[in-house]
Every structure is written in structure tokens, then in C-alpha cells.
Design a protein around this ligand. Structure first.
Ligand code: NAD
Length: 275
């Protein structure tokens, strides 16, 4: 049986976006990039309300509407109602960016189940439920849409001390591909963006200029700017990316290419410890 053609208007730029975890770091940069393109934004924070309000002010400086709500993705499934509330605030939704995320730094052998569950809840369960809520609105509206999940290089490769983070981010990458298949007929594209080391609060580098931080193990030799990740997200949300779905865009300065090189060049066993 012939499938219905996707109904999205591919030439239409997005008008309304919900960006989870946008009080700081990459999420804040994504809001700035989308607002700069004239997109009204829904912003969420977990603990940093002042950061979220500052993100909203910056967005309004571009002449768009900005709404702020608190989201705690350890409190699921109820917390996903926040996505519905922001969609109501915005009068609809064309873009969801799953940016909220958390991690842990502990060997798997020492980890308690609560730590495992917390990271999986925020990084994987949360990404699923927020995408599901946003997609339901997009399907109902019949205008297509864009879903982008910020995963990590750990969508693709592991790290010592990050068992739940790696499991969640790899899971979010697989979820992206399933949703890309299921939502294509509605004109909704679903992609992930997989950053390497980016200077944000998560890496303790909020006030650090990545250009001044040498990283010999990264081909481009430095961490990334949050704006360098946001630029790729903004592209994926633009009409120019209408034919991109189910992809994982790596933004890592070449870090992921270094596995075999590490195998021949690492000079000590220090990588076996969490740090
Ligand atoms: P960040 O600390 O600035 O942002 C993390 C965001 O997650 C915050 O906005 C926070 O409000 C939100 N958050 C944390 N716990 C939450 C919870 N329980 N419920 C809801 N929201 C919660 O750090 P960032 O680097 O901008 O991280 C953004 C995303 O990028 C995360 O998903 C992270 O895994 C991913 N990432 C970051 C890096 C990096 O090097 N900075 C690399 C790869 C992937």
C-alpha cells in the first residue's frame, strides 16, 4: 500500500521552539541561535531560574517571545507536562530541542542504583517523554516539525566512570533513529547532535575561553564553544535541513577519530581511573 506523502511545508521556517535545559551552556546558546532566527522560545531550567530568566531576556532582545518554566526530569512521567504547558504558552510548537542532561563520575562497580536511575531518567526517559509530547502536538497540527536531541560523543564511544551517561546517550541516539522512521510520514525530522568537550558549566568551564585551553588529544586542539554546537542545531531546524533525518551530527573537533591513535600513543594507564 502506498504511504501518504509527508505533509510538512518544507519551505516554512520554524516559528516556535521548546528547548529543555536552556538556563545555561549549550541550551542557552541554542535559544540564542533560534531566537536570532526569529523563533519564539520555551525555556526550561532545573535549578538556575536566574539563568533561565537571563536566557529569556537575551531571546527577547531579538524581538521574539520567550516563556520560562521549571522542569525536573527526575520526576517522570509527570514532569513532561511542562512541554505541553510551554506549547500552550507559545501557541504551538515546530521544534523541540532535548538539551537537559546530567551525568555521574563513578566506576560501575561502585555505583548505586539511585545514581544509575537519575542519569537514565534525565538523559533518556526525559528525552523520550519530551519528544513524545512535542511530536503529538506536531502531528495534530499537521505542519511537520523538527526534533533534535543533544546526545554526546558518548552516544558513539564509551568513557570510564560514565556507565549510565553512555547507556543513556547511546539509547537516545537509537531513539532518534526510531522516531525518525515513525515520524517521517508526518514531515517531522528527528536528529541528534553529539558534542565532544564543550566549555559549559557541565565541564566546569563556564567562564573559560576554549581557545586558551590546549587539548593535544583532540585534532582541532581545543574544547568547543557552546555556540559551535548551537549552530549545528539551528541548521537542523532550518528549511535547508529538510532532507536530513535519523542522523547524528558529531561536533567534537575530531575527538571521536582518535580511538586507534590513543591505542598507539597513550603512554600510561591513567585512563583506567575515573577523572
Ligand atoms: P549545563 O550544565 O549548562 O546544562 C545542563 C542542563 O540540564 C541545564 O540547563 C539544567 O537545567 C538541565 N538539567 C540538569 N538536571 C536536570 C533535571 N533533573 N531535570 C531537567 N533538567 C535538568 O551543561 P551543557 O554542557 O550545556 O549540557 C547540555 C547538554 O549537552 C546535556 O545533555 C549534556 O549531556 C550535553 N553534552 C555536553 C557536553 C559538554 O562537554 N559540555 C558534551 C556532550 C554532551
Amino acid at each position: 500500500m502506498t504511504q501518504p506523502a509527508p505533509r510538512a511545508d518544507r519551505s516554512a521556517p520554524p516559528r516556535r521552539a521548546v528547548v529543555t535545559g536552556s538556563d545555561s551552556g549549550i541550551g542557552r546558546a541554542v535559544v540564542a541561535a533560534l531566537a536570532g532566527a526569529g523563533v519564539d522560545v520555551g525555556i526550561t531550567f532545573h535549578e538556575d531560574e536566574a539563568g533561565a530568566r537571563a536566557t529569556a531576556e537575551e531571546a527577547r532582545g531579538h524581538g521574539v517571545a520567550a516563556h520560562v518554566r521549571r522542569l525536573d526530569l527526575t520526576d517522570l512521567p509527570g514532569a513532561a507536562d511542562v512541554v505541553d504547558a510551554l506549547v500552550d504558552d507559545l501557541g504551538g510548537v515546530d521544534v523541540l530541542v532535548n538539551c537537559a542532561g546530567t551525568g555521574s563520575a563513578e566506576p560501575a562497580l561502585d555505583m548505586d542504583f539511585a545514581t544509575w536511575r537519575r542519569v537514565i531518567s534525565v538523559d533518556l526517559d526525559g528525552a523520550f517523554l519530551c519528544a513524545q509530547r512535542a511530536a503529538r502536538h506536531m502531528v495534530r497540527a499537521g505542519r511537520g516539525g523538527r526534533i533534535v536531541t543533544i546526545t554526546s560523543v558518548h552516544e558513539h564511544a564509551p568513557r570510564v566512570g560514565a556507565a549510565p551517561y553512555c547507556a543513556a546517550k547511546a539509547g537516545a541516539g537509537a531513539l532518534t533513529k526510531v522516531l525518525a522512521l515513525e515520524l517521517a510520514e508526518h514531515g517531522i525530522t528527528v536528529n541528534s547532535v553529539a558534542p565532544g568537550e564543550i566549555s559549559t558549566p557541565m565541564t566546569g568551564q563556564e567562564d573559560t575561553d576554549p581557545e586558551t585551553e590546549p587539548r593535544p588529544g583532540v585534532p582541532l586542539g581545543r574544547p568547543g564553544h557552546a555556540g559551535e554546537v548551537a549552530a549545528v542545531v539551528a541548521f537542523l531546524c532550518s528549511p535547508a535541513a529538510a532532507y536530513v533525518t535519523g542522523a547524528s551530527y558529531v561536533v567534537d573537533g575530531g575527538m571521536l577519530l582518535m580511538g586507534p591513535q590513543a591505542g598507539s600513543h597513550l603512554g600510561s594507564d591513567s585512563w583506567r581511573s575515573v577523572g
